[in-house]
Design a protein around this ligand. Structure first.
Ligand code: PLP
Length: 430
């Protein structure tokens, strides 16, 4: 580990808060920063983005277009994970006191209050907490899109199986945001209790009109959960204005956090509606077992966290947030969007390629999904990876038979051009 461990140890010894608040802890032995964040240079933006790319220790052996599946973490996040993990091991401490400052950083990033933030392992766990914790009766109805990822749909299908709730799905319309609101509204009945949507859909990257859907949910007094696995880190998320009751996301996709990190947000005035189904230390502050009273939950969303956790992961997730803040979240979103637009424009020039992601810039982010009748999605995935070292994501969902391309801050225009060229070549040879 090429990090000045003495400095690190001193700061960790001063408390995790000191660790979180101190920039430049990850110094090299020669005193140079291990991962100084590049400074924006409007004169030469491509140079800036090359410097950003250099922050990611990704293999140069392939070109990575699958952040929607799993995102790489920048070096300083990995340094935090390893060094904090090692130091906590050496001191044999849980580091649990670092959750509170990390919570504040992540809350600020999402436009939330710290007490509304729960650290989970992934989006799926966050959605499970909501789906299992809401009081629902048999025949109560939940609506979500037919393109939902299993991490969004299975928690509700499991309740369908266990408790007899009814699940209804709508087909997302890629061309018309208002039509999506209308499709959801058409499914609402007196038995409807919950609407859930993906902020950005996984198979084709449609940005759904979450605020309008939130207004609809409020008009009908329904719980509104947003699956933000594909949004946080790709586009700025402000939970003050999104209009949902709960939001779950993963740290290990667009946010650039370590594997097995995620965040669940529950609006503070709605938290009592989500009963924790798993509890342990930290779920309650009442430890008096001589005379156990009614079990009272801890006041914030950390009631859903319990037992010993991996504080190094949480610290590293907070470090990922700081990295994005320093680069600039709007800048990251604009970069991903511009690269996606380059991919879209290139694909549209190739004969026989169908782009499934919306054209309207307001309805899409940094994902472009396409298909071609000439080559099946599995074969195409294999050829792009095997012959051109291009790692995309095959889309088998709902019979789409497509390929998904995610463009994030470490990708470049020339990588996008390589992808277009490769596809053109494959189709000409086919
Ligand atoms: C919309 C959506 N929800 C949930 C998930 C599941 O994410 P995780 O495995 O991090 O829980 C994904 C993963 O791709 C996703 O795209």
């Amino acid at each position: 580990m090429n990090v000045n461990r003495k400095t690190f140890l001193r700061r960790l010894g001063a408390g995790a808060l000191g660790l979180m608040a101190t920039r430049g802890w990850a110094e090299r032995d020669d005193g140079s920063p291990s991962a100084a964040t590049p400074v924006w240079n409007g004169e030469d933006p491509e140079r800036f983005w090359r410097q950003v790319r250099a922050q990611f220790p990704m293999t140069p052996e392939r070109i990575y277009f699958n952040t929607g599946g799993l995102g790489p973490a920048p070096r300083r996040v990995l340094d935090m994970l390893t060094v904090a993990g090692r130091q906590l091991q050496e001191r044999v401490e849980t580091g649990h006191d670092s959750f509170s400052p990390a919570r504040a950083i992540v809350a600020d990033y999402l436009g939330a209050k710290p007490e509304e933030i729960c650290f989970v392992r992934n989006t799926t766990e966050g959605t499970n907490i909501v789906a299992s914790g809401l009081a629902l009766q048999a025949a109560d109805e939940v609506i979500f899109e037919s393109h939902a990822h299993p991490g969004g749909s299975f928690p509700w299908l499991n309740r369908q199986r266990a408790d007899g709730i009814a699940v209804k799905t709508f087909e997302p319309d890629p061309q018309n945001a208002a039509a999506n609101v209308a499709r959801i509204e058409a499914l609402i009945t007196p038995r409807t209790r919950v609407i859930q949507v993906s902020h950005v859909t996984s198979p084709t990257g449609i940005v759904l009109p979450v605020q309008a859907i939130g207004e609809l949910a409020r008009r009908h007094d329904l719980w509104f959960h947003v699956d933000g696995a594909q949004s946080a880190g790709m586009i700025p998320v402000d939970l003050r204005t999104l209009g949902c009751d709960s939001f779950a996301t993963s740290g290990h996709k667009w946010m650039g956090g370590p594997h097995e990190t995620g965040v669940l947000w529950i609006r503070s005035d709605r938290i009592e509606r989500i009963t924790p189904r798993q509890v342990g230390a930290y779920s309650s502050e009442d430890m008096n077992l001589r005379n156990p009273g009614p079990f009272v939950y801890s006041p914030g969303a950390h009631r859903y966290e319990y037992g010993t956790r991996n504080a190094a992961s949480v610290l590293a997730l907070a470090e990922a947030v700081r990295f994005q803040n320093e680069i600039g979240r709007e800048r990251i979103a604009a970069r991903g969007h511009a690269l996606a637009e380059r991919v879209r424009a290139g694909l549209e020039k190739i004969d026989g390629v169908d782009v499934l992601t919306p054209r309207d810039p307001a309805s899409r982010g940094s994902i472009i999904t396409f298909r071609t009748a000439k080559v099946g999605y599995q074969a195409l995935f294999g050829r792009l990876l095997g012959d051109y070292r291009l790692r995309c994501r095959p889309v088998s969902e709902v019979g789409l038979d497509a390929t998904r391309v995610s463009t994030h801050l470490f990708n470049s225009p020339s990588e996008c051009d390589l992808l277009i060229g490769a596809l053109d070549e494959i189709l000409k040879k086919t």
